[in-house]
Design a protein around this ligand. Sequence first.
Ligand code: FNR
Length: 373
Amino acid sequence: MATRKTKRSATPAALAACACVQDLEAIAKRRLTKAVYDYFAGGAEDERTLIGNREAFHKVFIRPRALVDVSRIDIATTALGTPITMPVMVAPTAYQRMAHRDGELATARAAGEAGTLMVASTIATYSLEEIAKVATGPLWFQLYVQPDRSISRDLARRAEAAGYRALCLTVDTPQLGQRERDVHNQFALPPGIRMMNFEGNRSVMPRTPAGGSAFAAYASSLLDPTLTWDAIAWLRSETKLPIVVKGIISGEDAALAVQAGAAAVVVSNHGGRQLDACEPTLAALPNVVEAVAGRVEVYLDGGVRRGTDIIKAIALGARAVLVGRPVVWGLAAGGKAGVQRALEMLRAELVLAMTLAGCPSLRSIGPGTVVRA
Ligand code: FNR
């Protein structure tokens, strides 16, 4: 199965003519095969959570302040002490070579040039060492605690050795959600698309059967439905790296994550790809922020597509956001240049929105900056 209809990236002029990240999605959709586009775009079952993540942003409005000196807008911040030039980080997304042959390498280079941090997926199509070698910005490594813990331990040690600064433990995936677009398309990984973190360790390499159940195969070997909170204590005993717990929706779980020693939490529902009808992330954020009570950093992902979305998330207590699909669309549209374009459009929109809202700094964005419609 081919992944792209054409090989060439969009021209610089075509990228420049994109006004927002949704425009990049339109280019990506034209360039990718239907099955690959649907894999990236889709959510679980009725896609209520996929849609709900966006709708939650639409239900919140910004209450601007007038006559504030906005001649200088400061959006630089830190994530676990690492400076980033804007409160937007790159979420882990799998199989990036399906979007562009340079895959995660292009994403890492673009994130570095944008001055932000990339979270590399366990299910990357370049190895974590290859990504670290080309990265010019900070990296975190996304991890699943697998049924065979020696595999997770090995990945954690490799990430530590390669200079990754944190482990991002994904906890919303005891099993894979049912993505019906993939069923309809009988989606299987195209030839040549491999999980490079497992190459050289054939015994742990999930088999990819022909037909539509490639994910069932990897799910059974990568995901552990028996996992409970003590997995975090175990992981902490195996690594010096801080642990970011990704996939928190309830305040109770946020408190448990802090208690278990998490250094940060990501309010996330996996971009609507796991539990359908899961609460949208922006709606869940205030509960999590309250439960965490400033003890660790809180980030949010899911449906962030606009600079104004970033203001809303920060107003409701997130320190920063992560973006998944906008980066994938940029990658599919134009490789590294496309990812850069996605990140720079979000940066420009954030600066413009803060200017118009009378918020010259991230600190000046607070609960009073937003209202519910
Ligand atoms: C993901 N996501 C994800 N998360 C994770 O922890 N490990 C992974 O390998 C992947 N893979 C993945 C593939 C694709 C195609 C998508 C769209 C998402 C979830 C991702 O990190 C993030 O939570 C969402 O993408 C955020 O939502 P948006 O920005 O895509 O709306």
